[in-house]
Write a protein that binds this ligand. Structure first.
Ligand code: THR
Ligand code: THR
Lengths: 161, 161
C-alpha cells in the first residue's frame, strides 16, 4: 500500500495528565477511566508504555476546561491504587501527520521526528497508527512545528482536523 | 458527536520492541526511526510516554519477520544514545475497538479496559485516538479478549481490519 500524506493537524485545546508508577495489573486502567467517564470528562489521547519493575505510567489528554475535574478524579484514583503521583500540563500541543498507509512507509514517522529535531522541538509523547502519527510538543512551538512539517514534507498549507 | 463502535480488530502478526531510558532530547526519536526506515522495517504502532528525570522509553511494533533486523538496528542506536537497554516480545497481540467519535464517549475506553480486567487480561500498552482504541496484550489471550469485547460491547462477531 502506497502511503499518502493528506496533511498536518494540530490541536492546542487540550491539557495532559500523567499518573506515574501505577501497578501494572489488570483493573488499573479501568479504575482510572471509569470515574473519568462518570465525571463527564472527554478523553482524546491515551498513552501507556510497557512496565518496568511492575509499574508503568498512564498519560491522557482532555479539553483544557476539563483539566480541574480530571485532575481531581485522577488524584483520587492515584491514591487508591498507590500510584507514584500525578502531573498536569496545560501548555501542550498535539501535532499530527494525517494520511493513509503510513506504516509501509515508516520513513514518514522518521521524517516527522527529524524535522522536529532540526528545529530543536522536543517530542514529549508519541502515539501512532497507520493513518495518524501524533506527537505532543510544547504549545509555544506549535506554529513553528506545523510550518516546518508543511515545508519539510512539501505539503500545501491547508490545515486538517 | 455520537460515538459509533464499528467493531473489534485484532492483530497477532507483530512483535514489540522497547528501548528503555532514552534521553528525552530533540533528535533521539529521529535517530532511532531513520535507520529502521533505511533498513526497510515497516512500523505500525509507536508509543512514547513522557519522561522522568530526563529519560523515557520508546516502544514500537513491527511484523514478526522483521524483528531480527529491527532488533539489531535498535540495539546499535540504543548504544549510540546511551539508552538503558532493548527488549523484544514476539508473544503480543494488538486488540482494537474501531469506531468514530469515541472521545466524546470516553466511556468506551473505560468499558474496554473493564472488560479486559474482568477476564484478568493485563493491558501492556495503550494507544488511542477518537477512531481507534488499541491495547497490546499477551498473544495467548487474544481470542478470549476479542470474544469478551464483542459480548461486552454487544457487537456482532464480524472481525475488522
Ligand atoms: C497499567 C494498566 O493498564 C494495567 N496493566 C491494566 O491492565 O489495567
Ligand atoms: C525521546 C524522544 O522522543 C525525544 N524527546 C525526541 O524529541 O526525539
Amino acid at each position: 500500500e502506497q502511503a499518502v500524506v493528506r496533511g498536518i493537524a494540530h490541536d492546542i485545546s487540550e491539557a495532559k495528565l500523567t499518573v506515574y508508577r501505577v501497578p501494572d495489573t489488570p483493573g488499573v486502567a479501568a479504575s482510572l477511566f471509569e470515574p473519568l467517564a462518570d465525571a463527564g470528562v472527554t478523553i482524546d489521547m491515551i498513552v501507556q508504555n510497557v512496565s518496568q519493575e511492575g509499574s508503568t505510567d498512564i498519560s491522557f489528554t482532555v479539553p483544557l476546561a476539563m483539566l480541574d475535574v480530571a485532575e481531581e478524579v485522577t488524584k483520587t484514583v492515584a491514591e487508591d491504587v498507590n500510584a507514584g503521583g500525578v502531573s498536569t500540563d496545560r501548555e501542550i500541543a498535539k501535532v499530527s501527520i494525517v494520511g493513509i498507509g503510513m506504516k509501509t512507509e515508516s520513513g514518514i514517522a522518521s521524517r516527522m521526528f527529524r524535522i522536529l529535531a532540526d528545529h530543536d522541538i522536543n517530542i514529549q509523547m508519541i502515539s501512532t497508527s497507520p493513518i495518524r502519527i501524533s506527537c505532543v510538543i510544547a504549545e509555544d512551538r506549535v506554529s513553528e512545528a506545523v510550518s516546518a512539517l508543511h515545508a519539510g514534507l512539501e505539503l500545501d498549507g491547508e490545515a486538517l482536523q
